[in-house]
Design a binder for this molecule. Structure first.
Ligand SMILES: Cc1cc2nc3c(=O)[nH]c(=O)nc-3n(C[C@H](O)[C@H](O)[C@H](O)COP(=O)(O)O)c2cc1C
Length: 450
């Protein structure tokens, strides 16, 4: 494949009402009621209008456990991501659809056939956000008596991905494309490659019952920030999320993860780094600032207060972050980033929560469309990011501001597409299609596995 010009990746972390915890309380939002496919489809079709690479659907399966909560956060409007992406695939034409699936609560055979099905249904537009987090609530939901630790979960995720890759490769691409009615031979048995995997977590002797995915396999996403998470990303992921506040922090993360690829036989371009981005856009800087402040002031601090799952309700709201907080089992990398931010800027708990619940640890840009485009371009050109995973505070308004203001600016600068040029999510991201492992020389397999 000829190397194409480096192009910015734009995507959205889709949340029903918007990223802001209190988006649902804004006057223009019709909140509540049963989950509505029409609502989710409307958002994703809006992204397709903006020529975005993909819509991303998070999932914190079973996370709440038996806690009914204090009733102050919206609930009940979401769908299980694989079911949702299947429906959305039929209601969209171009945009990639990325579903989060947790490797602790699934098994490779079932998941590989679901993703293979989705990739065919969508015409090659599917991605998998591989997560291995295990919140306390989830252990209760699934009756996990003896949860794996952080390293153990990443180890299971690694073996899970290895088995899934073998399953997707169990049939050659064109295995079922040449049925011969005269001879009665539907497929050549030599095109099937049974999987024989006997590992620590999985035992599989089988062939997948769905044809090889259009993309070879779904595009792999990963979001871990810990050292183990970064290593996992370097070995397997093709897109990694990041939560960086400053360009220096982002550059160092970018160089770090790209620098880890070579030992897995991979090129720097094989992994795209896309930090989260929260934004408020106005016709003027003053208007943008007012929008930002109105969202910040809408944050409700009356209920239970926590920072990355660590409860801080009993500490003075206007006091500093205590020194001796426990490090959460999940999200330790991001928790440490939050602590560093609080120390660097001398923030009180109130200020940190306000900063965090407005932006969820991601970078915030407030300004005109041109200001935002300038920053995006600087990070892109400066190798701090290959793109951005946007977190619009409110649907549909914040997204429209971006699509109608910032996207044309980026297009004028020649760093973002004006039309979809390819078909698959791999095409949009400029990622190569992985060859079938069974058809390449053993010595080349490490490189191709990336
Ligand atoms: C943008 C973004 C999206 C994420 N989405 C999910 C998700 O949908 N489900 C989930 O369980 N974890 C999600 N995470 C958490 C990560 O998968 C990971 O568990 C977390 O960053 C902790 O990894 P670490 O301990 O390696 O830092 C997300 C993280 C980020 C930054």
């Amino acid at each position: 494949m000829a190397k194409r010009k480096r192009q910015l990746s734009l995507s959205v972390f889709v949340q029903l009402y918007g990223t802001h915890a209190h988006a649902w309380r804004q006057p223009e939002v019709a909140a509540g009621g049963p989950p509505s496919l029409a609502e989710w489809a409307r958002i994703v079709q809006q992204l397709e209008r903006g020529k975005f690479d993909f819509a991303f659907f998070a999932d914190f399966v079973g996370n709440g456990g038996d806690e009914v909560g204090d009733g102050r956060r919206p609930r009940g409007g979401g769908f299980e991501p694989l079911t949702l992406t299947a429906a959305l695939a039929t209601l969209t034409q171009h945009i990639g659809l990325v579903a989060t699936v947790n490797t602790n609560f699934n098994d490779p055979y079932n998941l590989a056939r679901r993703f293979a099905s989705l990739d065919h249904i969508s015409g090659g537009r599917i991605g998998w956000n591989i997560v291995s987090s295990l919140a306390d609530g989830a252990t209760k939901s699934f009756g996990v008596a003896d949860p794996l630790d952080h390293g153990g979960r990443y180890e299971r995720a690694g073996e899970f991905v290895e088995v899934a890759n073998k399953l997707w490769d169990s049939w050659e691409d064109d295995a079922f494309d040449h049925p011969n009615k005269e001879t009665g031979v539907f497929y050549d048995p030599a095109s099937g490659h049974p999987v024989r995997h006997h590992g620590k977590h999985f035992n599989v002797d089988t062939l997948l019952d769905v044809a090889r995915p259009i993309q070879g396999r779904p595009v792999f996403f990963q979001a871990g920030n810990s050292d183990t998470g970064r290593e996992f990303a370097a070995q397997h992921a093709e897109v990694i999320y990041a939560a960086a506040q400053t360009i220096e922090e982002a550059k160092s993360f970018y160089a770090d993860v790209k620098g880890r690829l070579a030992k897995y036989g991979r090129e720097p371009d094989d992994l795209k780094v896309t930090p989260g981005l929260f934004f408020h856009i106005g016709e003027t800087r003053q208007e943008a600032q007012e929008k930002y402040e109105s969202f910040r002031d809408a944050v409700d601090l009356s209920g239970r207060r926590q920072i990355m799952g660590v409860d801080v309700t009993n500490y003075p709201l206007d006091g500093p972050l205590p020194e001796n907080l426990p490090i959460p089992a999940n999200g330790r990398g991001r928790f440490q980033q939050m602590v560093a931010l609080a120390r660097r800027e001398n923030l009180s708990i109130r200020e940190l929560i306000l900063r965090f619940s407005t932006v969820q640890g991601h970078r915030t840009l407030v300004g005109t469309a041109k200001d935002i485009a300038d920053e995006i371009e600087a990070w892109f050109v400066g190798e701090a990011a290959d793109g951005f995973n946007l977190k619009p505070s409110l649907h549909p308004g914040s997204l429209d501001d971006f699509i109608d203001g910032v996207v044309p600016e980026l297009q004028r600068r020649g760093i973002f597409r004006t039309e979809y040029e390819g078909v698959t999510l791999r095409d949009h991201l400029g990622l190569r299609r992985p060859p079938n492992q069974n058809l390449i020389e053993p010595s080349a397999r490490v490189a191709a596995a990336g």
